[in-house]
Write a protein that binds this ligand. Structure first.
Ligand code: AMP
Ligand code: DBH
Length: 548
């Protein structure tokens, strides 16, 4: 029985993907023991002074998996995982895969608004959080969220300051006892590979991020193909810099692709160049991934760093637009090859290959990682454009689900009746088959790779008593790509300042990266013929003003 709310692939497509060897029929948790058998004593994971071998990682995940199941969670339960880049993130993720518990990959800046609405949507039965992170008390946040969820939810905590009523992840993943017996017990109750393994979040135009269910079969293929295309192997040392719960560093190929290949994963707590360069030198990092804004900071800082970063072989850059000129400078600055990636939590991943000529590596976002990925570029009426013309990218394939989780009305908009996902991205395809991303038709603001749904901010702003109408648009920004500008029309006799707006939205529990950084109060709010805010006009207002 497929899980309610999950849109399965049609049986014929599923048969094709199985027959072609895309879907192998094993749950993700079992791979961890294959790795541990092949490379038991190799270092799998490094987090500061903490180092885990493959055998230790598999054992720790098994101990935690049994602890979760012993604490009343059952296979199929969803748990919100909100952890910074730390060793426990990997242990918790693998433990969930083992136990058939579904991690929902939240990001550290998420607050009540995101955690509560997504937690309710997936019927979360637990939250996994740090005690605190960057001065913010996540344990307390977790209890506030748990109190607001429709069903009782456990709080699991990573840290030194774990409350008595919380479950202590570090203590409950400490290795002891008979590992082989435990492994057999968990093997016996392993989830089916066709079931959902995890939930990812996407940016989106609805009021909260959309939830994407990924099966064991489809995600394993995602990991395997991207690791293969990027040439990962036992000599790979991968540095995790972007938030680990994001599809890009998690599995494209990232953390899981590196473990799949017998390499070593190093967790970096922040993308700041000093720490990143120090980690590259200390661990001999060969591969890492970044959004363009982060890669550019590194490229600038590399010129003066005293660190030796010569071990670096590839940097994977994607997530938001990157111009060919800027792309061309990244590899030389860092002394490595640039691989561009155009990917999405919804599935499809395109990569420039490590040996691609410069024109392709700099000027395109690569080609699909699987021969079973289908691409279709269409005009606004849904008709295929002529080869090489710009249009919206539609896609289907063995790791691109056929619907978002639990939103049938949204799925009628985001997917065609024959199962193509409408990416909302404007692309063209070169004669050689490489994809060039040209922009997007979706209404998202992309702040340094974090996708912010305009509608989410607008809905909250519109609830303010001063606000009559609100529209969030992107202000182009040289550092993070885009920042949020909120246009508002106020009710007569009211005022609003940027500080006042920011205070209210912060108080509502909106993540800091989504809070508008500019406010424009307008009297004549422009509308389209059907009466929607006309964002084209608003964006035009921002562009037409004279730069200061
Ligand atoms: P998400 O749905 O949140 O996983 O974000 C995926 C979206 O990020 C894509 O649909 C694109 O809009 C954007 N994106 C990802 N990679 C690139 C890239 N290399 N260039 C431009 N936009 C990108
Ligand atoms: O932006 C993304 O979501 C993204 C970018 C690169 C992604 O999901 C991926 C690679 O897998």
């Amino acid at each position: 029985m497929p899980r309610a709310g999950v849109v399965p692939w049609p049986e014929e497509a599923a048969r094709t993907y199985r027959a072609a060897g895309c879907w192998r029929g094993h749950p993700l948790g079992t791979y961890m023991w294959d790795w541990a058998e092949r490379w038991p004593d190799r270092t799998a994971l490094v987090d500061g002074a903490q180092r885990l071998t493959y055998a230790e990682l598999a054992e720790s995940a098994d101990v935690l998996a049994e602890a979760m199941l012993g604490n009343g969670l059952v296979p199929g339960d969803a748990t919100l995982v909100q952890l910074p880049n730390c060793a426990e993130f990997v242990v918790v993720t693998l433990a969930c895969f083992r136990a058939g518990i579904l991690p929902v990959m939240m990001l550290p800046p998420h607050r009540e608004h995101e955690l509560t609405s997504i937690g309710a949507h997936v019927r979360a039965k637990a939250l996994v959080v740090p005690d605190s992170w960057r001065g913010y008390d996540h344990q307390d946040l977790a209890y506030r969220v748990a109190a607001d969820l429709p069903e009782p939810a456990q709080v699991w905590v990573v840290g030194d300051d774990v409350r008595r009523e919380s479950a202590d992840v570090r203590r409950l993943s400490r290795r002891d006892g008979d590992a082989q017996a435990r492994r057999r017990r968990l093997d016996e109750r392993a989830p089916a590979s066709s079931e959902v393994a995890l939930f990812l979040l996407s940016g989106g135009t609805t009021s909260v991020p959309k939830v994407i269910s990924r099966t064991h079969d489809d995600y394993e293929y995602n990991i395997r193909r991207t690791a293969d295309v990027c040439g990962l192997g036992t000599d790979t040392v991968y540095l995790t810099v972007l938030p680990a719960g994001h599809n890009f560093p998690l599995a494209s190929p990232g953390i899981l692709g590196t473990l799949y290949s017998g390499g070593r994963v190093v967790m970096a707590p922040s993308p700041r160049p000093e720490g990143v360069f120090a980690a590259i030198e200390a661990e001999g990092v060969t591969d890492t991934s970044a959004v363009p804004a982060v890669a550019l900071r590194w490229a600038e800082a590399a010129a003066t760093t005293p660190r030796d970063v010569s071990s670096l072989r590839h940097v994977h850059v994607g997530g938001s637009m990157l111009s060919p000129e800027v792309a061309a400078g990244i590899g030389p600055a860092l002394g490595c090859r640039l691989q561009q990636v155009y990917g999405m939590a919804e599935g499809l991943i395109c990569y420039t290959r490590p040996d691609a000529p410069d024109a392709v590596a700099h000027g395109t976002q690569g080609r699909p990682v699987s021969p079973y990925d289908e691409l279709l570029v269409v005009d606004p009426d849904g008709r295929p454009v002529r080869p090489g013309e710009v249009g919206e990218m539609l896609t289907r394939g063995p790791y691109t689900p056929r619907g978002y989780f639990g939103v049938p009305e949204q799925n009628r908009v985001s997917f065609t009746p024959d199962g193509w996902f409408r990416t909302g991205d404007l692309v063209r395809i070169t004669p050689d088959g490489d994809v060039v991303v040209c922009g997007r038709v979706k209404d998202l603001i992309n702040r340094g790779g974090e996708k912010i749904a305009a509608g989410e901010i607008e809905t909250l702003a519109q609830e303010m008593p001063e606000v009559a109408e609100a529209a969030a648009v992107a202000v182009p920004d040289p550092v993070v790509g885009e920042r949020v500008c909120l246009f508002v029309r106020l009710h007569p006799g009211h005022d609003l300042t940027l500080d006042g707006l920011r205070e209210v939205l912060t108080g509502r529990g909106l993540a800091a990266f989504k809070i508008p950084e500019r406010l424009e109060v307008v009297e004549d709010f422009p509308h389209t013929p059907v009466g929607k805010p006309d964002k084209k006009v608003l964006r035009g207002l921002l562009l037409s003003e004279t730069p200061v």
